[in-house]
Design a protein around this ligand. Sequence first.
Ligand code: AP5
Ligand code: MG
Length: 214
Amino acid sequence: MKIIMLGAPGAGKGTQAKKIAAKYGIPHISTGDIFRANIKNGTELGKKAKTFMDQGLLVPDELTCDLVVDRIQQPDAANGYVLDGFPRTIPQAECLTAALAKLGSKMDYAINVDVPDENIVTRMGGRRACLKCGATYHIVYAAPKAEGICDTCGEALVLREDDKPETVQKRLNVYHDQTQPLIDYYTKEGILKSVDGTKALEEVFQDIVAILGE
Ligand code: AP5
Ligand code: MG
């Protein structure tokens, strides 16, 4: 099963993608997590990506597409995967469609997690992230067992650099401008499904399972 998660920054793509990956036994591939890991490790890719990410801008398509096309051909992705944060522009979607066509394959679902802008800014201020393993928490809605510490790996949790309110607003503008057109793109491909992302975390997941099947 090959799934794309669509939605505004903070809509809950990452949260739901992790649950999908665990339930269906497929890898969760998040371009944001890949870039953050590269930044943490001080790689060339990380240095390039950081300048864009800290400003709430998108990393250029040419740094992104090859990375994903390579990742989806790894052995653990043979039975499918869930893409989170990619594609994010029409050129990225076209690159993915073309790469899959070459492999004789195509995406099965594009799930749009729908949350209005008003809800997003509050959500982001409460998010805490683990930069070591990619786990995500919320101080109210999904709190870690011990305050400020990752349940999975024990690392100290941080407020992401790009989760400051002024940067969140910019990311929302970028989303409406460059990413929202993908809703039309995947509607035309006949694979778009929308879920109401304002519901509680577990309810959103049940709505997604109803689409994907048990
Ligand atoms: P990325 O890491 O993908 O960030 P994003 O799209 O802005 O989305 P977020 O991770 O902020 O939100 P999310 O939807 O995953 O929400 P989450 O589940 O954490 O990208 C970061 C940057 O990298 C981009 O700005 C760009 O610069 C670059 N980049 C990445 N991919 C790129 C690409 N393809 N091309 C170009 N550039 C790229 O949830 C948010 C919070 O809400 C959490 O605290 C969570 O616990 C809570 N929450 C979730 N669901 C619920 C719920 N139902 N109720 C209550 N709280 C909830
Ligand atoms: Mg995310």
